[in-house]
Each structure stands twice: as structure tokens, then as C-alpha cells.
Design a protein around this ligand. Structure first.
Ligand code: PLP
Length: 371
């Protein structure tokens, strides 16, 4: 198995714990353990008595029950808990794909969504989202990309890095198309729940398509990346069983305290996601102002969901720009080259409480003045 270095993770390894302002984080402002425990009377005491032995490989029954409530058709036994979304991506690709298979992947994207597919021996074709099209995916183009040996289609919406939220009619048509062609739909839904207008929320793929796999995690919408609790929800028993079998070779089971805290957090998921959406909305207003003041330097497609977007630096090289910015001002933006994207874009993240001072530093760097 060959895996190339994960560019985005290597980039973060260099700056994440040294740069003063992370203006490109893809998760929401986190919480303290104490904040979660304060959500329910008795939670503190219950954690003190939580058993630290091995947990059930598929995830604690009560946690799976709580996760299943996010969906409309999925039973707890159809939820498989993992160590982060990353483990689930790894296991899905190795469970679903083998040499000779072809897979179509929404691109640009979080690298593991195509890299792990390649490592399983599959041929990958990118289904490209283009800025000129508002980062939308073209379903007619997907039809042209399919081959007789296509086994799966991988999408991520709300999307990292563009913030693109697919319209419901497209999502349902995508689901129908994959069913018509007998393809697996792997739907990375780690930002689901962060729609600025709740009416725009898409149904989960696993609820509209009985062979599809929906990916979720506590890291993004809920800002609890340190728990490392992710999951898949699917009515596809074959894929579920294969992934569960592979998990015996990766993590066997999840961290017991993390499962406890994830379940507690998910019981209050609307409250936590609501708090994160408030941070996003107030930061977005500042970004709107920033981009309108700097329209000669940047263009951007305003997202409809999630904590990130992928603006375009109109002049100058984006890697040099990001490099100079972090070294001179301590503000970290992520150049699009970390996604192998050639378009002079960068990722901006706006779900952290310290975004306003980070933006002030960026303004100072650019020599522009906030109104
Ligand atoms: C679209 C997407 N999928 C999956 C992941 C992996 O999530 P986690 O770090 O919680 O495993 C990320 C993380 O950035 C992501 O952006």
C-alpha cells in the first residue's frame, strides 16, 4: 500500500501550534471538558465512574443510539463508531475498493478522500468543482465520468475547502444516479448542521439511499476534534460488516472517556451547533466587509454552510502571500496548493472566536483599514 504525504496535515504540523492566529481552521471553536460536563447535572460524577476497559468495537450502544437520532431511517446497529472521520474514510475505501475498481471523487477535497482510494488500488477520476460555476458540481459531467468499472462516487457537502452546499434537487438526483448505476455513494457530511439557513440542510445520504454511507464526526460541526469520535451510518450491511472487520486491525475500539463525552455532547447537539453557527455568522459579517473593501485583491464565493471558504487571490502568488503573512503577522491562511489546486486560492476559516483580531492583523498586513 502506498500513501503520499498528507499535504494539508504536514502544513498544519508546521504552523498549527506556533502561528498566533489560525485563520484557516476547518473546525469550530472547541470547548473544555468542563463545559461538556456542565451540560448535565451528575455528568461529572458519572465520568469519574466511567470504566476504562476495552469498549465495544462497533461503539458503545448508548452512543450509537444517540448518533442514530441524527438520521431518520438508521437504527443504532447501522452506526459504526470510529476514531475520527479519518479512520472511517480509511476503512471505507479499503472495504469498498480493490485493484481494478474506478472511483469518482468530488475535487478539490480533503486529501484522504482520494489518496486512500488510490492506496486501495482503485483508479481515481476527479469530479471537479469550479469557481466559475460557484463551486457547483455538474451532474451531466458526472455521467460522462462513469465507467463500466466505477464502484463508488465520493462527495463532500457542505464542502471542504469551498463551503459549497449542494441544492437538494441535485443531491437527490446524485443519489438516484448512483442507485441507477449500482454505485456506492460515500457522502462526507462532517459539516452537516452548519447550514446558515436551516431550510437548506440536505437529507443524509444514508436516509435517502439504502446503499449509501454517510460520514459524521464530532470534530467539525460540534468543534470537538480532540474527542476523535467519528462514525458512519449506513443501511448497507455488506459495507458495514467489511468496515467493522477491518477496524479490528486499526483501533479495535474507541477511547472510553471520548465515547462518554461524545454521547453527552450529542445529546446537546443543537445547542452546541447553534453556538458554533453564531460564531460563524458574526465572523462572516466581518468577512463580507473585508472582501468588499478588498475587492480589487480577492474574489470569493460566499458559502451557504460551514466554517470555511476558498477565496481567490487575484494578483501575486498565493504561496508567497501566505508565507509572508504568517511570518510577518502570525496569521495562518492555507494556500490552495495544499489541495494541489492550481487556481491561486486559499482556505479561510471563520469559526474561531479570535477571528476578528486575526482579520485586523491581515488588514494591517495588507495596509488596508477596517471601516
Ligand atoms: C471533509 C473532511 N472529512 C474528514 C475529515 C477528517 O476529520 P477528523 O479529523 O475528525 O478525523 C476532515 C478534517 O478536516 C474534513 O475536512
Amino acid at each position: 500500500m502506498h500513501l503520499s504525504p498528507f499535504k494539508l496535515e504536514r502544513f498544519f504540523a508546521k504552523y498549527e501550534f506556533t502561528a498566533r492566529y489560525l485563520l484557516c481552521s476547518s473546525d469550530c471553536e472547541s470547548l473544555l471538558v468542563g463545559d461538556l460536563l456542565a451540560l448535565e447535572p451528575g455528568a461529572d460524577e458519572a465520568l469519574q465512574h466511567h470504566w476504562l476497559g476495552y469498549t465495544e468495537s462497533v461503539g458503545a450502544p448508548s452512543l450509537r443510539q444517540e448518533i442514530a437520532r441524527i438520521y431518520t431511517t438508521v437504527r443504532p446497529e447501522q452506526v459504526l463508531v470510529h476514531s475520527g472521520a479519518q479512520e472511517a474514510i480509511f476503512l471505507f475505501m479499503h472495504a469498498a475498493l480493490q485493484p481494478g475498481d474506478h472511483v469518482v471523487v468530488h475535487w478539490p477535497c480533503y486529501q484522504s478522500l482520494f489518496e486512500v482510494a488510490k492506496s486501495a488500488g482503485a483508479e481515481v477520476t476527479f469530479w471537479e468543482a469550479r469557481e466559475s460555476n460557484g463551486w457547483a458540481l455538474d451532474l451531466d459531467e458526472l455521467k460522462r465520468l462513469l465507467k463500466p468499472n466505477t464502484r463508488a462516487v465520493v462527495v463532500n457537502t457542505p464542502h471542504n475547502p469551498t463551503g459549497y452546499l449542494m441544492p437538494q434537487s441535485d443531491f437527490l438526483e446524485l443519489s438516484r444516479l448512483t442507485q441507477e448505476h449500482g454505485l456506492l455513494l460515500f457522502s462526507d457530511e462532517v459539516y452537516r448542521g452548519l447550514e446558515y439557513n436551516p431550510a437548506d440542510r440536505l437529507p443524509a445520504a444514508c436516509d435517502v439511499n439504502e446503499s449509501a454511507v454517510s460520514l459524521g464526526v464530532t470534530s467539525k460541526t460540534y468543534g470537538l476534534a480532540g474527542l476523535r469520535i467519528g462514525w458512519i451510518a449506513t443501511r448497507n450491511a455488506d459495507i458495514y460488516n467489511r468496515m467493522a472487520m477491518l477496524k479490528d486491525y486499526t483501533t479495535i475500539c474507541n477511547s472510553a472517556p471520548s465515547e462518554f463525552l461524545a454521547e453527552l455532547a450529542l445529546r446537546h447537539r443543537d445547542q452546541i451547533a447553534g453556538r458554533n453557527l453564531q460564531i460563524i455568522q458574526s465572523n462572516l459579517a466581518l468577512l463580507d466587509d473585508f472582501f468588499s473593501r478588498n475587492a480589487d485583491r480577492f474574489s470569493w464565493v460566499r458559502p451557504k454552510a460551514g466554517p470555511i471558504a476558498f477565496p481567490h487571490l487575484l494578483e501575486g502568488d498565493v504561496e508567497t502571500f501566505c508565507n509572508e503573512l504568517v511570518h510577518e503577522s502570525g496569521v495562518l491562511l492555507m494556500p490552495g496548493s495544499m489541495y494541489d489546486h492550481p487556481g491561486n486560492h486559499f482556505r479561510v476559516g471563520f469559526a474561531r472566536k479570535n477571528m476578528p483580531p486575526a482579520l485586523t492583523q491581515l488588514d494591517k498586513f495588507l495596509g488596508s483599514t477596517p471601516i
